[in-house]
Write a protein that binds this ligand. Structure first.
Ligand code: GLP
Length: 241
């Protein structure tokens, strides 16, 4: 695990460098995209580089980490819509090449199995961008998630719903109670994992991620077992290392 401590703007540039290099070497690469606030500066940087014709997503494919259950198709916080607004609409990534778990499926377990199959058919994820929750979750794998988990339905922890209420006008009751999420085993099958974290609220989770024992209590610690992980953190998030 490589840990880089740098100011937030530099972290975004470093993550964008990884994406740019991958797409230059493999234009049809499979990207794993994360939502949440952590990757937003990376998407801004990629949109800028795309405008400068430094990077093209024309042949790339992408898979989202997770999705809320039950948000209407046009809800702005549906992760598929978030990623469309933050990245897809700003670059030449084809909307049909972007996939997410179907949080509106009638049969949610079947949708999860179909999602796993779609990732496998694409040949797996080359580069997975990740954030981390204050409780150490990755995607929506909350504390207690099996380290061997696959894409499945999960109940969101109250802490996560409180953290994410800021995206729902501060109303925690508006945050869905359930989600579909790639499992920890699904995520760690990606060939390169790049995790971003900034701010003091992430310091404890980052400390566990880097220095803690591997445990479902802090799901992100499973990344310690992966051979190619880049952790990009600012001084605040690195404050307990
Ligand atoms: C959300 C997402 C995660 C994200 C995390 C941190 O609940 N499902 O994928 O990494 O929480 O979010 P943020 O980057 O906004 O702090």
């Amino acid at each position: 695990m490589e840990v880089v401590i740098a100011p937030p703007a530099e972290l975004a540039r470093l993550a964008a460098d990884v994406v740019e290099r991958l797409l230059a070497a493999r234009p049809d690469a499979v990207l794993g995209l994360a939502t949440g606030s952590s990757p937003l500066a990376v998407y801004d940087e990629l949109a800028r580089r795309h405008a400068e014709r430094r990077v093209s997503f024309a042949r790339a494919r992408a898979f989202l980490l997770d999705e809320y259950v039950g948000l209407p198709a046009d809800h702005p916080q549906r992760y598929r819509n978030v990623i469309d607004a933050e990245l897809v609409s700003r670059v030449d990534l084809a909307p049909v090449a972007v996939h997410g778990p179907d949080g509106l499926a009638v049969d949610l377990p079947a949708a999860c199995a179909a999602y796993e199959a779609a990732i496998a058919r694409a040949g797996g994820v080359d580069l997975q961008l990740l954030g981390i929750g204050t409780d150490g979750h990755v995607a929506f794998n909350e504390p207690g998630s099996s380290l061997g988990s696959r894409t499945r339905v999960k109940t969101l922890a109250l802490q996560t719903r409180q953290d994410n209420a800021r995206f729902f006008d501060g109303d925690v009751d508006a945050v869905p109670t359930h989600c579909l999420t790639q499992g920890l085993a699904t995520i760690t099958e990606a060939r390169h994992l790049v995790l971003l974290a900034t701010g003091t609220s992430k310091a404890r989770a980052v400390q566990q991620l880097v220095e803690g024992p591997v445990s479902a209590r802090w799901p992100a610690t499973v990344l310690q077992l992966h051979p190619h992980v880049t952790v990009l953190v600012d001084d605040d998030a690195a404050g307990l290392l």
